[in-house]
Design a binder for this molecule. Sequence first.
Ligand code: GLN
Length: 550
Amino acid sequence: MTRSGADRTRYIFVTGGVVSSLGKGIAAASLGVLLKERGLRVTLQKLDPYINVDPGTLSPLQHGEVFVTEDGAETDLDLGHYERFIDASLSQDNNTTTGRIYRNVIDSERRGDYLGRTVQVIPHITDEIKRSVRVLAPGHDVVISEVGGTVGDIESLPFLEGIRQFRQEVGSRALHVHLTLVPYIRAAGELKTKPTQHSVRELMQTGIQPAVLICRTEHPLDDQIRAKIASFTNVDPAGVIEALDVDTIYEVPLEFRRQRLDDFLLERFGVTAPAPDLRDWTRIVERIKAPARGVVRIAVVGKYTELVDAYKSVEQALIHGGIANDVEVAIDWIASEEIERGLDPSFLAGYHGLLVPGGFGDRGIEGMIAAIRWARENELPFLGICLGLQCAVIEFGRHVAGLKGAHSYEFDQTSHHPVICLMDEQRNVTTKGGTMRLGAWDARLTRGSLAAKIYGSAEISERHRHRYEVNNDYRMLLKAKGLAFSATSPDGKLVEMIELPGHPWFVAGQFHPELKSRPTRPHPLFASFVEAGAALALGVSEPKTAAVGA
Ligand code: GLN
């Protein structure tokens, strides 16, 4: 096997055509799994053509969840897939946007770096694009860069030109993979290759010849179709890969391996490596497809429920919790506004757990509070995440601690009991982009708490994205009324977790545990939450905590 240094790094560029939402991120991540399991050091990158510097200021309804990395970058949700698939922590460098590229170039221009010259898309923007790919080379044998959007979009042109030049510069150390759609026309009873032909032609017009075509399809591609696609696109028939719809995204690497996609790529690169070890992946897929112990029903009550992508990592972490407990997790996404419009929270009696995820702005807050109240009073397992913790504290303040009108300063600046307030370091912040408390921060767990038992340790590090916190002026009172603060920042100043002693499972964190959950290493909070749900669903005695591991 070639253990290559920076200059030996191989590059795979993944583009998409025909339509969006074909699962380019999953395809790229699956390629990553195969190469990683062959012993290569792999990283993944997303190049996003939009002009926002990062997705931090975008509504999750626009572009799905904002994924936060250890180093506090607010990134595209595909980075979540990458991390879950290759089980690595990525950073700011793994996601760049047109906005960031232009900002870097314009900053250089202002510094005088291009003195005397006209700054242009080619070469200055394309050079910056290539640089943003190359920074990932050190320490990696393979860098997989996915270009967001669809070939033919005006926005993606500079990226396509950048990755074309890249191949020109490094030769056979770079390959292009193109994802397309091969639709099945029911009336004709046929698979149609025309959209793929058009899409590849569009790509070729930018000077890019793909080495591999990954064809999304509902029906298997027979040899004839494969040969036809290959001949129209100059792609080797062995490089025409079918990507059939699968039951779980974690099956995609196995599907690609079945078609020897990794062998094909490594041969093209001239790299030899042992066959991949896919035992973990096979076991994960088997557990998801045929869990042994039954179904746990979880209600997620939040504000962006029309778009599952808005809670991608929460969804995946719950699935991982199912893997840990060998159960199926059936998730219903319920808009908290429905509760405000009259849906009685007692519908929660049909579930084995309530999860209230993160969010911003006051829409639907009262619905979340009502749902949490029901879970607290009816001993339904409850997991609160960030805003979910804040709503649980408001609920407890109002209905247990007798703090009339208790609220978060984010939603009501006139409340007499702002139990959630703006963090001190946020008081003078005036710009919105990248200014929250972001990324990994340590927390100290309270000895003897359920949280400490679940984590099985005294110190944790979790990823954050928030501006507000539990108001320390109310900590004594809330504690006296029975709310336990089970984790704080190491200096004790910031509440990081709460729980309710006496309730079977009522836990919330000011951070986002879902961002660190992996199918191979389910997050302890999700594993334990689903376990508590399983105890309710399957009538198992006391939930044992801290049963983690696939
Ligand atoms: N809006 C809240 C805050 O800024 C919660 C943030 C979140 O849920 N990620 O603190």
